[in-house]
Each structure stands twice: as C-alpha cells, then as structure tokens.
Design a protein around this ligand. Structure first.
Ligand code: SF4
Length: 347
C-alpha cells in the first residue's frame, strides 16, 4: 500500500523502552544501558556520538541497528513579526516535511506533521495538492519535537497535531505517538497541552474517545451547510455534518473533554450570517468552543479572507446564541507557516 512506511529503517526515536530491551538482549548489554539510552532520548540527541557514557563498541551496534541522524534540518525560516519558525525537515527517505515552532507566553508549542502529504483533498489546503506519499511513524513525530527542542535549547510544552496530514488517517502511529509523548520515558508532556485536529473522520473520533488519551479534539467543520462542506472538503461526502457532531458529542460524553470546532472563514463561501445561524442551531446547548479562523492566503488559490466586518458579524451571531467562540488569526503567515499553508515537498 502506498501510504505504509515500509522499507524504512528504525531511527533512534522509533525505539521505546521495550524495543531497547530487545536490543539489550540481542547484544547482551546490562539493563542500565537501556536507562542510559532513554536518558539520551530525553536530551533529544541527534548523533550517536553524543552518547559519551556509552562504549564505542555499543555505539557501533547502535549505528548498525538504526538510521542516523533521526531527522535533518534542511532550512529554517524565521518570522519577522512573531516568535515563529518554520522548519523544513528531511526524513531518511528524502521526503521533506514542515514543522512549526511557536513561542507563546504560556510555553513553547510545536505544530507537527503526521503524514507525508495528505489524501483528504481539502480544496483550500496546500498540503492536499500532492496527495499522500506515506504515513509517518510515531518515532518520526517524536523526532520533530526532539530536533526543535535540541536546536532551540528549549523544552517543548505544547503540541498541536495540525501540520501536514490527517492524524486519524494514520491512526495507530498517532496513538503510539501520544502514548509515548505522555510517557515518563519520553517527553512527559501533559496531554491536556495537546490538540489533535481532524477533518471529521467520525468512526476514528469515537475510537479515540476510548484510548484514554485526554487530548483536546479540534474538528474542522468549516461549514454548517452540507452542500458547501461537500465543495470544501471531499471527506464531507463520507460523513455528514450531523454524524460528525454526533461523534464530537460522543467524544465529550466519554472523555469529559470539551470539543473545539474549527471554522475557517472564506469570503463569499461560508461567511454569511445565515451560516452562522445554522452553526449556532447545530451546536446549541452543547459544551463546545468554536474557533473562527479567517482564511490564510495560499498562492494559486481562489480562497480568500472575508473583511473584518463580516468576520465580526459571524462571531456576533454565535455569541448571541451563547456559543463560545474566538477569532484566531494563525501565526506565521509571513513565512507560510499558518493553517492551510504547509505543504509536502520533495527533496
Ligand atoms: S486540511 Fe488537513 S485534512 Fe485537509 S487536506 Fe489539509 S492536511 Fe489534509
């Protein structure tokens, strides 16, 4: 299958304690060596030779067993307006992904890529243009955090799974990533600081509810009208708006975590006050939050941002109906690091 990550060697961050234990058995390493390796993962090292408390012989064995470096920085673009950097990172097979680092007053946040490309085909999204090449492994998701923490000498406290790809379309690796992200052996990040975005894969949303991973779920709705949503996002034809909202309700019922609905406002497409009224009716009396995101420019795209008056009017309708909502301008627009602007690239 095209989207499987076959023929890849494991990298350092693909190993968890259990798989290091297996290596220890194979090479007859004493068990404290596994603690040392986990300790080096926590230091986000990028080269085998940084592990100075490990013998040269064992380092050679580690070179045999895994691909080094785990991931490479190809380019960094720094925003002139905000504390935001966009990293172009190269995977072992030459594929290049984009990862965004954002410093806020509440912490250091990273916007992660989950797939090389995406097959969801949302018409307004730069990532969709080349389709899906392959899924990332959980280790490749962790490696994005490791290399940015290492490069910026900073502890990453928050993560948003909103970069390239649909995390729930790469379900198993995304779940493994979240488990390892939370683990004391890993980055020990509180999953309350993690937001997982989905274009609305209703069955996977319900499945996620039972994984005991208390992330904030952000469902990209983008329209309250089925025909409009069909035009924006091909996935809309598979799961209707009521099915998606019912999955969101289920997620809240099982996890107690309030669901966020993402709504990108496109001029003359989904920004009419009647759409806001419909949205308010769909979400009435539910414990939800709506993020209104004025569209970002994507070169070669017809999708544009409404004027401020239209944006404000849309929110006014929601607030009048007691629907919590915020207007969120996404960071990093000047370096095309904002929502919908990231794209898969080839080496
Ligand atoms: S918006 Fe998300 S789900 Fe849709 S094509 Fe882009 S990356 Fe994929």
């Amino acid at each position: 299958m095209m989207h499987k990550h076959k023929n890849l060697r494991k990298t350092f961050y693909d190993f968890d304690r259990e798989s290091f234990d297996q290596l220890a058995e194979k090479y007859k390493w004493p068990s404290f060596r596994v603690d040392q390796l986990i300790g080096w993962q926590e230091k986000h090292i990028q080269s085998v030779d940084e592990m100075t408390n490990i013998s040269i012989k064992m380092r050679e064995q580690l070179k045999e067993e895994m691909h080094w470096p785990p991931i490479k920085i190809v380019q960094v673009e720094t925003s002139e307006k905000e504390p935001v950097k966009k990293y172009l990172l190269q995977l072992q097979d030459g594929n290049i992904i984009e990862t965004v680092s954002m410093h806020y007053n509440y912490g250091h946040s990273i916007c992660l890529t989950m797939q090389v490309g995406c097959r969801m085909g949302c018409h307004f999204c730069a990532s969709a243009k080349l389709g899906l090449n392959r899924n990332l492994t959980a280790g490749e998701m962790l490696a994005q955090i490791a290399i940015i923490a290492y490069a910026e000498k900073s502890r990453i406290s928050h993560a948003v799974l909103m970069g390239i790809g649909e995390g729930l379309d790469n379900y198993d690796e995304t779940i493994t990533f979240l488990q390892r992200l939370r683990s004391d052996d890993g980055i020990s990040m509180s999953l309350r600081n993690v937001t997982l975005s989905t274009c609305g894969l209703a069955p996977e949303i319900k499945r996620l509810a039972h994984e005991n991973l208390p992330v904030t779920l952000a469902i990209s709705l983008h329209s309250s009208n089925q025909d409009t949503r069909n035009k924006l996002m091909p996935i809309a034809k598979h799961y209707t708006i009521p099915e998606i909202i019912s999955a969101g309700d289920y997620y809240f019922k099982v996890t107690g975590r309030r669901v966020t609905y993402e709504y990108t406002l496109f001029k003359d497409v989904n920004d009419h006050p009647q759409e806001a009224e419909n949205l308010a009716n769909l979400l009435k009396n539910k414990n939800v939050h709506v993020n209104l995101i004025p569209a970002n420019e994507i070169s070669g795209s017809d999708w544009t941002r409404p004027d401020q008056k239209t944006i404000d009017k849309f929110q006014e309708v929601l607030l009048k109906n007691q629907i919590n909502s915020t207007i969120r301008f996404s960071a990093g627009q000047d370096i095309t690091a904002a929502c919908g602007q990231l794209r898969r690239q080839n080496a």
